[in-house]
Design a binder for this molecule. Structure first.
Ligand code: ZN
Length: 66
């Protein structure tokens, strides 16, 4: 849904890096490994969060009750 603000395993803040990652690795052509290295996301627990996240926020927002 929305990227966890912190890594559930180690607690490092990840929420501020998601937009950069998405722009460069998912929408862009860059290698996800290099983007994560560049953003300072080094531990595998945090990398898992980035690589397995499915961004559904926009889809779910359509059904928001008003
Ligand atoms: Zn972590």
């Amino acid at each position: 849904m929305i990227i966890p603000v912190r890594c559930p395993s180690c607690g490092r803040v990840l929420g501020d890096k998601w937009e950069d990652f998405k722009e460069r690795a998912q929408d862009g052509e860059e290698d996800p490994k290099e983007v994560m290295d560049d953003l300072g996301v080094e531990s595998y627990c945090c990398r898992t969060v980035f690589l397995t996240h499915v961004d559904l926020l926009e889809d779910v927002a359509e059904y928001k009750k008003t």
